[in-house]
Ligand binder design. Structure first.
Ligand code: XMP
Length: 234
């Protein structure tokens, strides 16, 4: 089954929240505990440099095995962006460790992006490409003009042409989500970080066209993460 289908299947059973496991000084045990606590309310787990850098590949694999045991998907958020060879070696290592998808930065160029997607799809894994970041400053670069268009529209076009599985558009920019959804319809998924701690609203994001929200601190810092997960969606 393709990554996008696996994610959709997981979301049918668990809902559309992707947990960003950004635990400071996270250990295998603390990350797995956060996943265990929230597994009923999340469809996937996103691991950032916070978690990956201090760990070795065996420990990362241990976390991914625990995530998969709940039937959830695992995404490496490394915003990969390099030359073809480096991209492909890196993605191969991450998929080999068990990751189902990787977040990449399309500034690498459309051909390099396509090469990553081809490699991912040949093993039923996925590529998620940045389109418009959630940070307030995201507008400075992602709405910069590239010819007659803002950069995010170019990234969207490249993502569609490369057949990426999803794009990232910040929940803090609902008008951009709406614009992207109008153009992509169901050809790829829109994943939106920025809910809660960064000020974005899940309700407005979904109404604008988001398929999945990515949530970190609002869940990780909650005294009752399950209740918070439910309330985020209500
Ligand atoms: P919080 O704590 O703000 O965490 O809920 C959000 C998570 O998502 C990451 N993040 C992004 N990742 N593009 C990305 O690929 C973005 O625009 C973006 N904004 C936030 C952030 O690093 C954290 O893991």
């Amino acid at each position: 089954m393709l990554f996008r289908d696996r994610l959709a299947e997981s979301a049918r059973g668990h809902g559309p929240i992707i947990l960003a496991t950004d635990i400071l000084n996270g250990t295998v045990q603390s990350v797995v505990r956060s996943v265990d606590n929230l597994q009923a309310h999340i469809c996937a787990v996103k691991m950032n440099f916070h978690i990956l850098l201090p760990l070795g590949i065996d420990e990362i694999r241990e976390i991914i095995d625990a995530v998969h045991a709940w039937g959830l998907q695992c995404i490496a958020d490394i915003k990969l962006n390099d030359i073809n060879n480096t991209n492909l070696v890196t993605s191969n290592i991450l998929y080999g460790a068990g990751f189902d998808a990787i977040i990449v930065n399309p500034i690498m160029g459309p051909d390099a992006l396509s090469a990553l997607v081809r490699a991912a799809h040949s093993t039923n894994n996925g590529i998620i490409s940045l389109c418009h970041m959630s940070s307030a400053e995201g507008a400075v670069s992602y709405e910069m003009r590239a010819g007659h268009k803002p950069v995010y529209e170019k990234f969207l076009e490249w993502g569609l042409k490369a057949r990426v599985d999803g794009i990232i558009v910040g929940a803090t920019f609902p008008d951009i989500i709406h614009d992207c959804k109008r153009k992509v319809r169901d050809r790829l998924d829109i994943l939106s970080p920025g809910v809660g701690a960064q000020g974005g609203s899940a309700k407005i994001s979904f109404a604008s066209g988001t398929d999945y929200i990515i949530v970190g601190r609002t869940l990780l810092n909650s005294e009752n993460p399950s209740e918070t997960a439910v309330s985020i969606l209500s």
